[in-house]
Design a protein around this ligand. Structure first.
Ligand code: G6P
Length: 607
Protein backbone atom coordinates (compact mmCIF):
# COMPACT_ATOMS: atom_id res chain seq x y z
CA UNK A 1 0.00 0.00 0.00
CA UNK A 2 1.28 3.52 0.68
CA UNK A 3 0.92 6.36 -1.76
CA UNK A 4 3.94 7.76 -3.59
CA UNK A 5 4.27 10.94 -5.55
CA UNK A 6 7.07 12.75 -7.32
CA UNK A 7 7.18 16.07 -9.16
CA UNK A 8 9.83 17.59 -11.40
CA UNK A 9 8.39 21.08 -11.50
CA UNK A 10 9.05 24.58 -12.75
CA UNK A 11 8.24 26.16 -9.39
CA UNK A 12 8.21 25.02 -5.72
CA UNK A 13 6.53 21.62 -5.52
CA UNK A 14 5.81 20.83 -1.86
CA UNK A 15 2.27 22.34 -2.01
CA UNK A 16 1.35 20.29 -5.08
CA UNK A 17 2.88 17.17 -3.53
CA UNK A 18 0.82 17.69 -0.36
CA UNK A 19 -2.31 18.12 -2.46
CA UNK A 20 -1.56 14.92 -4.40
CA UNK A 21 -0.94 13.07 -1.13
CA UNK A 22 -4.44 14.04 0.01
CA UNK A 23 -5.75 12.10 -2.99
CA UNK A 24 -3.57 9.13 -2.14
CA UNK A 25 -4.31 9.08 1.59
CA UNK A 26 -6.78 6.26 0.97
CA UNK A 27 -3.72 4.03 0.55
CA UNK A 28 -2.55 4.56 4.13
CA UNK A 29 -2.41 7.22 6.80
CA UNK A 30 0.11 6.10 9.42
CA UNK A 31 2.59 8.88 8.58
CA UNK A 32 3.49 11.20 5.72
CA UNK A 33 6.52 13.05 4.42
CA UNK A 34 8.03 15.08 1.61
CA UNK A 35 11.64 15.51 0.45
CA UNK A 36 12.97 18.09 -2.01
CA UNK A 37 16.31 19.35 -3.19
CA UNK A 38 16.65 22.63 -1.33
CA UNK A 39 19.74 24.74 -2.13
CA UNK A 40 21.61 21.69 -3.41
CA UNK A 41 20.82 19.48 -0.38
CA UNK A 42 18.17 16.88 0.32
CA UNK A 43 15.69 18.40 2.76
CA UNK A 44 12.67 16.63 4.29
CA UNK A 45 9.64 17.18 6.46
CA UNK A 46 7.99 14.13 8.00
CA UNK A 47 5.23 13.61 10.55
CA UNK A 48 3.62 10.57 12.11
CA UNK A 49 -0.16 10.22 11.99
CA UNK A 50 -2.53 11.58 9.38
CA UNK A 51 -1.58 13.93 6.61
CA UNK A 52 -2.97 16.91 8.52
CA UNK A 53 0.06 16.69 10.84
CA UNK A 54 2.46 17.09 7.90
CA UNK A 55 0.36 19.97 6.54
CA UNK A 56 0.65 21.74 9.92
CA UNK A 57 4.41 21.15 9.99
CA UNK A 58 4.82 22.63 6.51
CA UNK A 59 2.98 25.77 7.63
CA UNK A 60 5.55 26.45 10.34
CA UNK A 61 8.51 25.01 8.46
CA UNK A 62 7.98 25.36 4.69
CA UNK A 63 9.93 23.21 2.25
CA UNK A 64 11.24 24.97 -0.87
CA UNK A 65 12.54 23.16 -3.96
CA UNK A 66 11.20 22.52 -7.45
CA UNK A 67 11.82 18.77 -7.48
CA UNK A 68 10.46 16.54 -4.78
CA UNK A 69 8.92 13.28 -3.67
CA UNK A 70 6.13 12.55 -1.15
CA UNK A 71 4.62 9.62 0.65
CA UNK A 72 1.66 8.56 2.74
CA UNK A 73 2.36 5.39 4.67
CA UNK A 74 0.61 2.20 5.71
CA UNK A 75 3.13 0.67 8.06
CA UNK A 76 4.64 -2.70 7.22
CA UNK A 77 8.17 -2.70 8.65
CA UNK A 78 8.47 -0.73 11.87
CA UNK A 79 5.87 1.19 13.91
CA UNK A 80 4.25 4.36 12.52
CA UNK A 81 6.66 6.81 14.18
CA UNK A 82 8.48 9.70 12.54
CA UNK A 83 11.80 7.89 12.10
CA UNK A 84 10.00 5.25 10.00
CA UNK A 85 8.12 7.83 7.91
CA UNK A 86 9.16 8.16 4.26
CA UNK A 87 11.03 9.66 2.46
CA UNK A 88 14.01 7.71 3.73
CA UNK A 89 17.24 9.45 2.92
CA UNK A 90 20.99 9.32 2.99
CA UNK A 91 23.14 12.37 2.33
CA UNK A 92 22.73 11.73 -1.45
CA UNK A 93 19.47 9.89 -2.07
CA UNK A 94 15.86 10.11 -0.81
CA UNK A 95 13.33 7.37 -1.53
CA UNK A 96 9.57 6.86 -1.28
CA UNK A 97 8.37 3.31 -1.61
CA UNK A 98 5.25 1.19 -1.78
CA UNK A 99 5.40 -2.57 -1.22
CA UNK A 100 8.05 -4.72 0.39
CA UNK A 101 11.76 -5.30 -0.30
CA UNK A 102 11.82 -8.88 0.89
CA UNK A 103 15.61 -9.24 1.07
CA UNK A 104 16.08 -5.98 2.97
CA UNK A 105 17.70 -7.67 5.98
CA UNK A 106 20.41 -9.13 3.77
CA UNK A 107 20.97 -5.77 2.01
CA UNK A 108 21.04 -3.94 5.31
CA UNK A 109 23.63 -6.31 6.77
CA UNK A 110 25.79 -6.04 3.67
CA UNK A 111 25.58 -2.23 3.50
CA UNK A 112 26.10 -1.81 7.25
CA UNK A 113 29.27 -3.85 6.92
CA UNK A 114 30.37 -1.43 4.20
CA UNK A 115 29.98 1.40 6.73
CA UNK A 116 26.52 2.71 5.93
CA UNK A 117 24.47 3.74 8.98
CA UNK A 118 20.74 2.94 9.03
CA UNK A 119 18.30 5.07 11.03
CA UNK A 120 14.91 3.38 10.64
CA UNK A 121 13.29 -0.03 11.03
CA UNK A 122 12.07 -0.03 7.44
CA UNK A 123 12.90 -2.13 4.41
CA UNK A 124 12.78 1.07 2.32
CA UNK A 125 15.95 2.53 3.74
CA UNK A 126 17.95 -0.24 2.07
CA UNK A 127 16.97 1.22 -1.34
CA UNK A 128 18.39 4.64 -0.43
CA UNK A 129 21.59 3.13 0.97
CA UNK A 130 22.16 0.74 -1.93
CA UNK A 131 21.74 3.56 -4.46
CA UNK A 132 24.07 5.80 -2.43
CA UNK A 133 26.63 3.01 -2.14
CA UNK A 134 26.61 2.54 -5.92
CA UNK A 135 26.75 6.31 -6.62
CA UNK A 136 29.67 6.61 -4.19
CA UNK A 137 31.54 4.13 -6.36
CA UNK A 138 31.32 6.70 -9.14
CA UNK A 139 28.48 5.13 -11.10
CA UNK A 140 26.19 7.38 -13.06
CA UNK A 141 22.65 7.61 -11.61
CA UNK A 142 21.05 5.44 -14.28
CA UNK A 143 23.80 2.83 -14.16
CA UNK A 144 23.47 2.73 -10.36
CA UNK A 145 19.72 2.22 -10.73
CA UNK A 146 20.23 -0.62 -13.22
CA UNK A 147 22.64 -2.30 -10.79
CA UNK A 148 20.37 -1.74 -7.78
CA UNK A 149 17.36 -3.23 -9.57
CA UNK A 150 19.26 -6.51 -9.88
CA UNK A 151 19.46 -6.73 -6.09
CA UNK A 152 15.87 -6.18 -4.95
CA UNK A 153 13.45 -9.03 -4.26
CA UNK A 154 9.77 -8.52 -3.56
CA UNK A 155 6.78 -6.64 -4.93
CA UNK A 156 7.22 -2.88 -4.88
CA UNK A 157 7.22 0.49 -6.59
CA UNK A 158 9.56 3.31 -5.61
CA UNK A 159 10.74 6.76 -6.60
CA UNK A 160 14.22 8.08 -5.83
CA UNK A 161 15.53 11.64 -5.69
CA UNK A 162 19.26 12.23 -6.08
CA UNK A 163 20.92 15.28 -4.53
CA UNK A 164 23.20 16.20 -7.43
CA UNK A 165 20.60 15.37 -10.12
CA UNK A 166 17.74 17.90 -9.71
CA UNK A 167 16.83 17.14 -13.33
CA UNK A 168 15.92 13.52 -12.61
CA UNK A 169 13.67 11.12 -10.70
CA UNK A 170 14.30 7.38 -10.85
CA UNK A 171 11.29 5.10 -10.57
CA UNK A 172 10.65 1.37 -10.62
CA UNK A 173 7.70 -0.95 -10.73
CA UNK A 174 7.64 -4.56 -9.74
CA UNK A 175 4.29 -5.84 -8.52
CA UNK A 176 2.84 -2.46 -7.51
CA UNK A 177 1.40 -0.01 -10.04
CA UNK A 178 3.20 3.20 -10.96
CA UNK A 179 2.00 6.00 -13.21
CA UNK A 180 4.14 8.65 -14.88
CA UNK A 181 2.32 11.87 -15.72
CA UNK A 182 3.50 14.11 -18.55
CA UNK A 183 3.04 17.87 -18.32
CA UNK A 184 4.24 21.03 -20.03
CA UNK A 185 7.91 21.15 -19.05
CA UNK A 186 7.02 19.23 -15.88
CA UNK A 187 6.79 15.52 -15.10
CA UNK A 188 4.98 13.68 -12.35
CA UNK A 189 5.07 10.29 -10.65
CA UNK A 190 2.15 8.74 -8.81
CA UNK A 191 1.00 5.45 -7.37
CA UNK A 192 -2.03 5.91 -9.61
CA UNK A 193 -3.70 8.42 -11.89
CA UNK A 194 -5.95 9.55 -9.01
CA UNK A 195 -2.99 11.19 -7.31
CA UNK A 196 -2.00 12.98 -10.49
CA UNK A 197 -5.50 13.94 -11.63
CA UNK A 198 -5.30 17.72 -11.10
CA UNK A 199 -1.79 17.89 -12.59
CA UNK A 200 -2.21 16.07 -15.90
CA UNK A 201 -4.39 13.63 -17.81
CA UNK A 202 -1.48 12.31 -19.90
CA UNK A 203 -0.33 9.10 -18.23
CA UNK A 204 2.22 6.43 -19.07
CA UNK A 205 1.95 3.29 -16.95
CA UNK A 206 5.09 1.33 -16.23
CA UNK A 207 4.73 -2.35 -16.95
CA UNK A 208 5.82 -5.18 -14.71
CA UNK A 209 9.59 -5.10 -14.14
CA UNK A 210 10.11 -1.69 -15.78
CA UNK A 211 12.20 1.09 -14.35
CA UNK A 212 12.53 4.62 -15.71
CA UNK A 213 14.54 7.80 -15.64
CA UNK A 214 12.05 10.66 -15.59
CA UNK A 215 13.07 14.17 -16.63
CA UNK A 216 11.05 17.35 -17.14
CA UNK A 217 11.29 16.88 -20.90
CA UNK A 218 10.42 13.19 -21.04
CA UNK A 219 10.95 9.66 -19.87
CA UNK A 220 13.33 6.82 -20.68
CA UNK A 221 11.82 3.47 -19.74
CA UNK A 222 13.73 0.21 -19.53
CA UNK A 223 12.23 -3.24 -19.21
CA UNK A 224 13.41 -5.94 -16.82
CA UNK A 225 16.22 -6.91 -19.22
CA UNK A 226 17.47 -3.32 -19.41
CA UNK A 227 16.31 -2.65 -22.98
CA UNK A 228 14.87 0.81 -23.67
CA UNK A 229 11.14 0.38 -24.39
CA UNK A 230 8.20 2.59 -25.38
CA UNK A 231 5.09 2.44 -23.24
CA UNK A 232 1.83 3.81 -24.56
CA UNK A 233 0.63 7.22 -23.38
CA UNK A 234 -3.04 7.20 -22.30
CA UNK A 235 -5.46 9.96 -21.45
CA UNK A 236 -6.89 9.14 -18.05
CA UNK A 237 -10.62 9.40 -17.38
CA UNK A 238 -9.96 10.04 -13.69
CA UNK A 239 -11.37 13.41 -12.75
CA UNK A 240 -9.34 16.02 -10.94
CA UNK A 241 -12.39 17.34 -9.11
CA UNK A 242 -12.06 17.49 -5.37
CA UNK A 243 -14.63 15.22 -3.79
CA UNK A 244 -16.39 16.97 -0.92
CA UNK A 245 -18.61 15.64 1.85
CA UNK A 246 -21.59 17.80 0.90
CA UNK A 247 -23.85 18.25 3.92
CA UNK A 248 -22.67 15.03 5.46
CA UNK A 249 -20.50 14.59 8.50
CA UNK A 250 -18.41 11.84 6.95
CA UNK A 251 -17.66 10.51 3.47
CA UNK A 252 -19.12 7.18 4.51
CA UNK A 253 -22.45 8.75 5.35
CA UNK A 254 -22.46 10.62 2.05
CA UNK A 255 -21.53 7.48 0.13
CA UNK A 256 -24.29 5.46 1.82
CA UNK A 257 -26.83 8.09 0.80
CA UNK A 258 -25.48 8.30 -2.75
CA UNK A 259 -26.36 4.68 -3.40
CA UNK A 260 -29.77 5.11 -5.07
CA UNK A 261 -28.18 7.53 -7.53
CA UNK A 262 -25.01 5.60 -8.33
CA UNK A 263 -26.85 2.29 -8.56
CA UNK A 264 -29.12 4.05 -11.07
CA UNK A 265 -26.10 5.41 -12.97
CA UNK A 266 -24.53 1.97 -13.05
CA UNK A 267 -27.68 0.21 -14.22
CA UNK A 268 -28.03 2.90 -16.87
CA UNK A 269 -24.89 1.55 -18.55
CA UNK A 270 -26.23 -1.99 -18.77
CA UNK A 271 -30.00 -1.62 -19.22
CA UNK A 272 -31.67 -1.12 -22.57
CA UNK A 273 -35.06 0.51 -21.81
CA UNK A 274 -36.40 0.02 -25.33
CA UNK A 275 -35.84 -3.73 -25.35
CA UNK A 276 -36.32 -4.09 -21.57
CA UNK A 277 -33.22 -6.18 -21.32
CA UNK A 278 -29.70 -6.12 -19.96
CA UNK A 279 -26.99 -5.58 -22.54
CA UNK A 280 -23.32 -6.07 -21.80
CA UNK A 281 -20.36 -5.29 -24.05
CA UNK A 282 -19.48 -8.18 -26.43
CA UNK A 283 -18.15 -11.11 -24.39
CA UNK A 284 -14.69 -12.49 -25.25
CA UNK A 285 -16.02 -16.06 -24.67
CA UNK A 286 -18.96 -18.27 -25.55
CA UNK A 287 -20.69 -19.01 -22.25
CA UNK A 288 -22.20 -22.24 -23.57
CA UNK A 289 -18.65 -23.58 -23.85
CA UNK A 290 -17.34 -22.27 -20.50
CA UNK A 291 -16.83 -25.16 -18.05
CA UNK A 292 -16.49 -22.95 -14.98
CA UNK A 293 -16.41 -19.35 -13.82
CA UNK A 294 -13.91 -18.66 -11.04
CA UNK A 295 -14.57 -15.50 -9.05
CA UNK A 296 -11.71 -14.00 -7.04
CA UNK A 297 -11.69 -10.93 -4.80
CA UNK A 298 -10.77 -9.62 -1.36
CA UNK A 299 -12.64 -7.98 1.51
CA UNK A 300 -16.05 -6.54 0.71
CA UNK A 301 -15.55 -7.32 -2.98
CA UNK A 302 -15.23 -11.00 -2.03
CA UNK A 303 -18.71 -10.89 -0.51
CA UNK A 304 -20.18 -9.48 -3.69
CA UNK A 305 -18.50 -12.40 -5.51
CA UNK A 306 -20.03 -14.83 -3.06
CA UNK A 307 -23.48 -13.42 -3.72
CA UNK A 308 -22.87 -13.56 -7.48
CA UNK A 309 -22.21 -17.29 -7.11
CA UNK A 310 -25.76 -17.77 -5.78
CA UNK A 311 -27.20 -15.83 -8.71
CA UNK A 312 -25.06 -17.36 -11.46
CA UNK A 313 -25.71 -20.88 -10.24
CA UNK A 314 -29.41 -20.39 -9.64
CA UNK A 315 -30.44 -18.18 -12.55
CA UNK A 316 -27.67 -18.94 -15.04
CA UNK A 317 -27.27 -22.65 -14.20
CA UNK A 318 -23.51 -22.09 -14.38
CA UNK A 319 -20.72 -23.76 -12.49
CA UNK A 320 -19.07 -21.14 -10.27
CA UNK A 321 -16.27 -21.13 -7.72
CA UNK A 322 -15.44 -18.21 -5.47
CA UNK A 323 -12.23 -17.68 -3.58
CA UNK A 324 -10.34 -15.15 -1.54
CA UNK A 325 -7.47 -13.79 -3.64
CA UNK A 326 -4.75 -14.24 -1.00
CA UNK A 327 -5.64 -17.93 -0.61
CA UNK A 328 -6.29 -18.69 -4.26
CA UNK A 329 -3.02 -17.32 -5.61
CA UNK A 330 -0.76 -19.40 -3.40
CA UNK A 331 -2.81 -22.59 -3.82
CA UNK A 332 -2.14 -22.39 -7.55
CA UNK A 333 -5.20 -24.51 -8.38
CA UNK A 334 -5.88 -26.29 -11.64
CA UNK A 335 -8.12 -24.17 -13.84
CA UNK A 336 -10.25 -25.73 -16.57
CA UNK A 337 -9.46 -25.27 -20.25
CA UNK A 338 -11.78 -22.60 -21.64
CA UNK A 339 -12.61 -21.26 -18.17
CA UNK A 340 -13.49 -17.67 -17.31
CA UNK A 341 -12.05 -15.91 -14.27
CA UNK A 342 -13.80 -12.85 -12.84
CA UNK A 343 -11.90 -10.44 -10.59
CA UNK A 344 -13.88 -8.00 -8.49
CA UNK A 345 -12.19 -4.96 -6.98
CA UNK A 346 -13.22 -1.41 -6.17
CA UNK A 347 -9.68 -0.10 -6.61
CA UNK A 348 -8.55 -2.52 -9.31
CA UNK A 349 -5.18 -2.53 -7.52
CA UNK A 350 -5.46 -4.94 -4.57
CA UNK A 351 -2.21 -6.81 -4.96
CA UNK A 352 -3.44 -10.29 -4.07
CA UNK A 353 -6.35 -9.98 -6.51
CA UNK A 354 -4.06 -8.63 -9.22
CA UNK A 355 -1.58 -11.46 -8.75
CA UNK A 356 -4.45 -13.97 -8.80
CA UNK A 357 -5.54 -12.41 -12.10
CA UNK A 358 -2.06 -12.91 -13.51
CA UNK A 359 -2.04 -16.51 -12.33
CA UNK A 360 -5.42 -17.18 -13.98
CA UNK A 361 -4.10 -15.59 -17.16
CA UNK A 362 -1.09 -17.90 -17.07
CA UNK A 363 -3.59 -20.78 -16.82
CA UNK A 364 -5.25 -19.72 -20.06
CA UNK A 365 -8.43 -18.34 -18.49
CA UNK A 366 -10.37 -15.54 -20.14
CA UNK A 367 -10.07 -12.61 -17.74
CA UNK A 368 -13.00 -10.41 -16.80
CA UNK A 369 -12.58 -7.65 -14.24
CA UNK A 370 -15.18 -5.62 -12.41
CA UNK A 371 -13.66 -2.42 -11.07
CA UNK A 372 -14.69 1.04 -9.96
CA UNK A 373 -11.47 2.86 -10.79
CA UNK A 374 -10.97 3.34 -14.53
CA UNK A 375 -7.40 2.84 -15.77
CA UNK A 376 -6.59 0.61 -12.78
CA UNK A 377 -4.26 -2.35 -13.28
CA UNK A 378 -7.13 -4.85 -13.27
CA UNK A 379 -9.01 -2.75 -15.82
CA UNK A 380 -5.99 -2.74 -18.09
CA UNK A 381 -4.99 -6.38 -17.73
CA UNK A 382 -8.42 -7.94 -18.38
CA UNK A 383 -9.87 -9.26 -21.66
CA UNK A 384 -13.14 -7.59 -20.67
CA UNK A 385 -13.50 -4.88 -18.06
CA UNK A 386 -16.92 -4.20 -16.58
CA UNK A 387 -17.24 -0.99 -14.61
CA UNK A 388 -19.20 0.15 -11.63
CA UNK A 389 -20.11 3.82 -11.84
CA UNK A 390 -20.03 4.55 -8.12
CA UNK A 391 -17.71 7.56 -8.50
CA UNK A 392 -14.75 7.98 -6.14
CA UNK A 393 -15.28 6.11 -2.89
CA UNK A 394 -13.31 7.87 -0.17
CA UNK A 395 -14.54 6.22 3.05
CA UNK A 396 -12.26 3.28 3.77
CA UNK A 397 -15.21 1.01 4.58
CA UNK A 398 -16.75 0.18 1.22
CA UNK A 399 -20.45 0.96 0.74
CA UNK A 400 -21.51 2.25 -2.67
CA UNK A 401 -18.78 0.26 -4.43
CA UNK A 402 -20.31 -2.93 -2.97
CA UNK A 403 -23.90 -2.25 -3.98
CA UNK A 404 -22.91 -1.10 -7.46
CA UNK A 405 -20.80 -4.25 -7.83
CA UNK A 406 -23.92 -6.22 -6.93
CA UNK A 407 -25.94 -4.26 -9.49
CA UNK A 408 -23.42 -5.13 -12.23
CA UNK A 409 -23.18 -8.74 -11.10
CA UNK A 410 -26.97 -9.02 -11.28
CA UNK A 411 -26.78 -7.65 -14.85
CA UNK A 412 -23.96 -10.05 -15.69
CA UNK A 413 -26.01 -12.95 -14.31
CA UNK A 414 -28.99 -12.07 -16.49
CA UNK A 415 -26.87 -11.58 -19.59
CA UNK A 416 -25.01 -14.86 -19.11
CA UNK A 417 -28.21 -16.73 -18.23
CA UNK A 418 -29.78 -15.51 -21.46
CA UNK A 419 -26.70 -16.42 -23.53
CA UNK A 420 -26.60 -19.79 -21.77
CA UNK A 421 -30.14 -20.44 -22.93
CA UNK A 422 -31.54 -20.51 -19.41
CA UNK A 423 -33.60 -17.34 -19.57
CA UNK A 424 -36.37 -16.54 -22.05
CA UNK A 425 -36.71 -12.99 -23.31
CA UNK A 426 -39.91 -12.67 -21.23
CA UNK A 427 -38.07 -13.76 -18.08
CA UNK A 428 -35.25 -11.36 -18.96
CA UNK A 429 -37.76 -8.50 -19.21
CA UNK A 430 -39.28 -9.40 -15.82
CA UNK A 431 -35.88 -9.49 -14.11
CA UNK A 432 -34.71 -6.32 -15.85
CA UNK A 433 -37.87 -4.52 -14.68
CA UNK A 434 -37.12 -5.65 -11.14
CA UNK A 435 -33.59 -4.31 -11.35
CA UNK A 436 -34.55 -0.88 -12.55
CA UNK A 437 -36.86 -0.44 -9.56
CA UNK A 438 -33.78 -0.82 -7.37
CA UNK A 439 -32.76 2.87 -7.11
CA UNK A 440 -36.25 3.89 -5.95
CA UNK A 441 -36.44 1.01 -3.46
CA UNK A 442 -32.94 1.86 -2.20
CA UNK A 443 -34.01 5.47 -1.60
CA UNK A 444 -37.03 4.21 0.35
CA UNK A 445 -34.84 1.83 2.38
CA UNK A 446 -32.54 4.69 3.42
CA UNK A 447 -35.57 5.99 5.30
CA UNK A 448 -34.43 3.52 7.98
CA UNK A 449 -31.54 5.86 8.90
CA UNK A 450 -33.16 7.20 12.09
CA UNK A 451 -34.21 3.74 13.24
CA UNK A 452 -30.67 2.47 12.62
CA UNK A 453 -29.23 5.39 14.55
CA UNK A 454 -31.42 4.49 17.52
CA UNK A 455 -30.49 0.80 17.22
CA UNK A 456 -26.82 1.76 17.08
CA UNK A 457 -27.00 3.20 20.62
CA UNK A 458 -28.07 -0.27 21.78
CA UNK A 459 -25.31 -2.05 19.83
CA UNK A 460 -22.44 0.33 20.65
CA UNK A 461 -21.64 -1.14 24.11
CA UNK A 462 -21.63 -4.75 22.80
CA UNK A 463 -18.42 -6.76 22.75
CA UNK A 464 -19.55 -9.21 20.09
CA UNK A 465 -22.30 -9.15 17.48
CA UNK A 466 -23.55 -12.04 15.35
CA UNK A 467 -25.07 -11.64 11.90
CA UNK A 468 -27.09 -14.52 10.47
CA UNK A 469 -28.47 -15.06 6.98
CA UNK A 470 -29.33 -17.90 4.62
CA UNK A 471 -28.87 -18.18 0.89
CA UNK A 472 -28.23 -14.80 -0.70
CA UNK A 473 -28.52 -13.20 2.76
CA UNK A 474 -25.48 -15.12 3.98
CA UNK A 475 -22.93 -12.95 2.10
CA UNK A 476 -24.84 -9.90 3.34
CA UNK A 477 -24.55 -11.17 6.92
CA UNK A 478 -20.79 -11.45 6.43
CA UNK A 479 -20.59 -7.99 4.90
CA UNK A 480 -22.60 -6.64 7.85
CA UNK A 481 -20.13 -8.16 10.29
CA UNK A 482 -17.15 -6.83 8.33
CA UNK A 483 -18.62 -3.31 8.21
CA UNK A 484 -19.15 -3.29 11.97
CA UNK A 485 -15.65 -4.64 12.69
CA UNK A 486 -13.94 -2.19 10.36
CA UNK A 487 -15.28 1.03 11.81
CA UNK A 488 -16.68 0.29 15.27
CA UNK A 489 -13.92 -2.13 16.34
CA UNK A 490 -16.60 -4.45 17.78
CA UNK A 491 -15.95 -8.12 17.20
CA UNK A 492 -18.57 -9.42 14.79
CA UNK A 493 -19.16 -12.64 12.87
CA UNK A 494 -21.35 -13.34 9.87
CA UNK A 495 -22.72 -16.87 9.87
CA UNK A 496 -24.92 -18.98 7.64
CA UNK A 497 -28.05 -19.12 9.81
CA UNK A 498 -28.15 -22.92 9.59
CA UNK A 499 -24.61 -23.13 10.99
CA UNK A 500 -25.48 -21.27 14.18
CA UNK A 501 -26.28 -24.46 16.02
CA UNK A 502 -22.79 -25.74 15.24
CA UNK A 503 -21.02 -23.25 17.48
CA UNK A 504 -22.13 -19.63 17.70
CA UNK A 505 -25.30 -20.58 19.60
CA UNK A 506 -23.03 -21.14 22.59
CA UNK A 507 -22.57 -17.35 22.76
CA UNK A 508 -26.25 -16.53 22.95
CA UNK A 509 -26.54 -16.84 26.73
CA UNK A 510 -24.12 -13.94 27.08
CA UNK A 511 -26.68 -11.55 25.57
CA UNK A 512 -24.78 -11.15 22.31
CA UNK A 513 -26.91 -9.12 19.87
CA UNK A 514 -27.90 -11.34 16.94
CA UNK A 515 -28.86 -9.56 13.74
CA UNK A 516 -30.95 -11.82 11.53
CA UNK A 517 -31.30 -10.92 7.85
CA UNK A 518 -34.58 -12.47 6.80
CA UNK A 519 -36.26 -11.37 3.58
CA UNK A 520 -39.56 -13.18 3.02
CA UNK A 521 -38.13 -15.54 0.43
CA UNK A 522 -38.28 -19.33 0.15
CA UNK A 523 -35.83 -19.66 3.04
CA UNK A 524 -37.75 -17.35 5.38
CA UNK A 525 -39.34 -20.13 7.45
CA UNK A 526 -35.97 -21.79 7.98
CA UNK A 527 -34.36 -18.54 9.05
CA UNK A 528 -37.26 -17.88 11.43
CA UNK A 529 -36.61 -21.28 13.03
CA UNK A 530 -33.06 -20.16 13.73
CA UNK A 531 -34.44 -16.90 15.10
CA UNK A 532 -36.66 -18.89 17.48
CA UNK A 533 -33.59 -20.79 18.65
CA UNK A 534 -31.96 -17.49 19.54
CA UNK A 535 -35.07 -16.22 21.35
CA UNK A 536 -35.54 -19.52 23.22
CA UNK A 537 -32.10 -19.00 24.74
CA UNK A 538 -32.81 -15.46 25.84
CA UNK A 539 -30.85 -13.94 22.95
CA UNK A 540 -31.22 -10.32 21.83
CA UNK A 541 -32.55 -10.88 18.34
CA UNK A 542 -32.78 -8.03 15.87
CA UNK A 543 -34.50 -8.93 12.62
CA UNK A 544 -34.21 -7.15 9.31
CA UNK A 545 -37.07 -8.30 7.15
CA UNK A 546 -39.49 -6.88 4.57
CA UNK A 547 -43.12 -5.84 4.89
CA UNK A 548 -44.38 -9.36 4.22
CA UNK A 549 -41.92 -10.88 6.70
CA UNK A 550 -42.80 -8.29 9.35
CA UNK A 551 -46.45 -9.27 9.04
CA UNK A 552 -45.53 -12.93 9.66
CA UNK A 553 -43.34 -11.99 12.63
CA UNK A 554 -46.04 -10.02 14.42
CA UNK A 555 -46.03 -10.83 18.13
CA UNK A 556 -42.43 -12.00 18.13
CA UNK A 557 -40.10 -10.91 20.92
CA UNK A 558 -37.46 -9.91 18.37
CA UNK A 559 -36.84 -6.29 17.50
CA UNK A 560 -38.08 -6.07 13.89
CA UNK A 561 -36.99 -3.52 11.25
CA UNK A 562 -38.76 -3.41 7.92
CA UNK A 563 -37.20 -3.01 4.50
CA UNK A 564 -39.47 -2.58 1.43
CA UNK A 565 -40.60 -5.86 -0.13
CA UNK A 566 -38.54 -6.71 -3.21
CA UNK A 567 -37.87 -9.62 -5.53
CA UNK A 568 -35.07 -12.06 -4.54
CA UNK A 569 -32.66 -10.61 -7.13
CA UNK A 570 -32.92 -7.14 -5.63
CA UNK A 571 -33.53 -7.87 -1.95
CA UNK A 572 -29.89 -8.55 -0.89
CA UNK A 573 -28.85 -5.16 -2.21
CA UNK A 574 -31.60 -3.44 -0.21
CA UNK A 575 -30.79 -5.34 2.98
CA UNK A 576 -27.21 -4.10 2.74
CA UNK A 577 -28.28 -0.51 3.35
CA UNK A 578 -29.56 -0.80 6.94
CA UNK A 579 -26.50 -2.83 7.96
CA UNK A 580 -24.24 -0.10 6.53
CA UNK A 581 -26.23 2.58 8.34
CA UNK A 582 -26.10 0.71 11.62
CA UNK A 583 -22.33 0.15 11.44
CA UNK A 584 -21.88 3.83 10.60
CA UNK A 585 -23.95 5.06 13.54
CA UNK A 586 -22.26 2.66 15.97
CA UNK A 587 -18.87 4.03 14.91
CA UNK A 588 -20.13 7.61 15.30
CA UNK A 589 -21.59 6.77 18.73
CA UNK A 590 -18.18 5.42 19.76
CA UNK A 591 -16.43 8.54 18.51
CA UNK A 592 -14.29 6.62 16.01
CA UNK A 593 -12.66 8.03 12.90
CA UNK A 594 -15.28 6.65 10.52
CA UNK A 595 -13.58 7.47 7.22
CA UNK A 596 -10.08 6.46 8.24
CA UNK A 597 -10.44 3.64 10.75
CA UNK A 598 -7.35 2.47 12.58
CA UNK A 599 -4.94 0.08 10.85
CA UNK A 600 -6.93 -0.08 7.61
CA UNK A 601 -6.39 1.35 4.15
CA UNK A 602 -8.65 1.68 1.18
CA UNK A 603 -6.34 -0.01 -1.27
CA UNK A 604 -4.16 -2.87 -0.14
CA UNK A 605 -1.15 -3.14 -2.39
CA UNK A 606 0.97 -5.38 -0.18
CA UNK A 607 0.57 -9.13 0.23
C1 G6P B 1 -9.39 -3.06 1.75
C2 G6P B 1 -10.54 -2.11 1.97
C3 G6P B 1 -11.86 -2.85 1.82
C4 G6P B 1 -11.91 -3.54 0.47
C5 G6P B 1 -10.72 -4.46 0.24
C6 G6P B 1 -10.64 -4.95 -1.19
O1 G6P B 1 -9.33 -3.97 2.80
O2 G6P B 1 -10.45 -1.52 3.26
O3 G6P B 1 -12.92 -1.93 1.93
O4 G6P B 1 -13.09 -4.28 0.37
O5 G6P B 1 -9.50 -3.75 0.50
O6 G6P B 1 -10.42 -3.85 -2.02
P1 G6P B 1 -10.76 -3.78 -3.56
O7 G6P B 1 -10.31 -2.42 -3.98
O8 G6P B 1 -9.98 -4.87 -4.22
O9 G6P B 1 -12.23 -3.98 -3.70
Amino acid sequence: MCGIIGILGKRPVSGAILDALRRLEYRGYDSAGIATINRGEIDRRRASGKLGNLAELLKTDPLPGDVGIGHTRWATHGPPVEKNAHPHATERVAVVHNGIIENYAELRAELSKAGRVFESDTDTESIAHLLTHLLDQGLDAEVAMAEAMKRFDGAFAFCALIKDRPDLLLVARRGSALAIGLGEGESYIGSDAVGLAPLTRRIVYLEEGDWAAVRREGVTIRDRKGAVVERRETLTEVSGDVVGKGNHRHYMEKEIHEQPEVIGDTLGYYYNPVRRRIVLPPLPFDITKVPRITIIAAGTSFYSGLLAKYWLERIGRLSVEVDIASEFRYRQPEMPVGGVALFISQSGETLDTLEALRYAKSQGQTIVSLVNVPDSSMAREADLCLRTYAGPEIGVASTKAFTTQLAVLACLTLHLAREHGKLSSEQMAIYADQLIRLPALAAETLGLADAMQALAQEIAPARDVLYLGRGASYPIAMEGALKLKEISYIHAEGYAAGEMKHGPIALIADGVPVIVIAPSDELFAKTVSNLQEVLARGGRAIVLTDTEGAEKLKGTKAHVFTVPKAEPLVAPILFTLPIQLMAYYVAVAKGNDVDQPRNLAKSVTVE
